[in-house]
Ligand binder design. Sequence first.
Ligand code: NCD
Length: 317
Amino acid sequence: MNELRHLMTPLDFTVDELDRLFDKADDIKSHLASYAHSCDGRILATCFYEPSTRTRLSFETAMLRLGGKVIGFADASSSSASKGESVADTIRVISCFADICAMRHPKEGAAMVAAARSGIPVINAGDGGHQHPTQTLTDLLTIRSLHGELGNFTIGLCGDLKFGRTVHSLIHALARYSGIRFIFISPPELKVPDYITEMLKSRNIPFEEVIRLDDVIPSLDLLYMTRVQRERFFNEEDYVRLKDFYILDKEKLSRAKSTMHVLHPLPRVNEISVDVDDDPRAAYFPQVQYGLFVRMALILTLLDLTDEHMNHGLLKW
Ligand code: NCD
């Protein structure tokens, strides 16, 4: 029997394994119906101790589209956590019911604690301001599909680079590919944490930190916008002062390359004006769909079911 595999950070997969995962996601995208029974009889538990719409529904849809079933809770108050149960105990219980678990928790490291006690694969669906690996898989697949390769581009990450866990996960993941230049666009208070810039320096990966989006937008191949993370601020005044620091609108976008792609993990608040939505460069809604395919591929991979479904179309005659 294969060893139990979890996903805590995007670095848990090698670059080769990620390539295989993205190939699988591409195959699912083109042959969705042939995966409709891949997870027959399997159960996914979604344990969400923190609010989420997209991520939770994306996981649930992924399992349902694979033919599996879903159990779970959508906030801590409807779980035994409200009675004081530890994450370690909850996952041991869930391991008795489900085959795989996706967990979101407001505390950094919570999914790791769960994985250490789990009898089933655990997927970190976001742990505090730390990591959000499945959003990163989504982002990487989107970039690979739209830009054509994972490398050789200039990417601007804009907004709350301090608290945005999707940003932290994405930078770590992209640091493994070549020819990438990072431009971090944020107010001084929301700069990317030092441990990340230190990591880039130690690996000679080029990056710049700037305040104004207007100055750098013409040089970008990809622009990753993010929301100011209100729930991780210590006081409301700072949030109010910083929340509308960046607003990408039609006028700003007119200065960007015609081939640039705009990504956003969503939810959007004000940082992208709705008049940008119909621009062909707006990739944030297609990105949601890539997220579904990559989560389907991830579930199959962690359940070790990837080889069983590669024969669609071949067995017809
Ligand atoms: C992100 C998150 O939860 O960190 N959302 C998501 O999962 N797509 C981004 C955010 O909340 O701003």
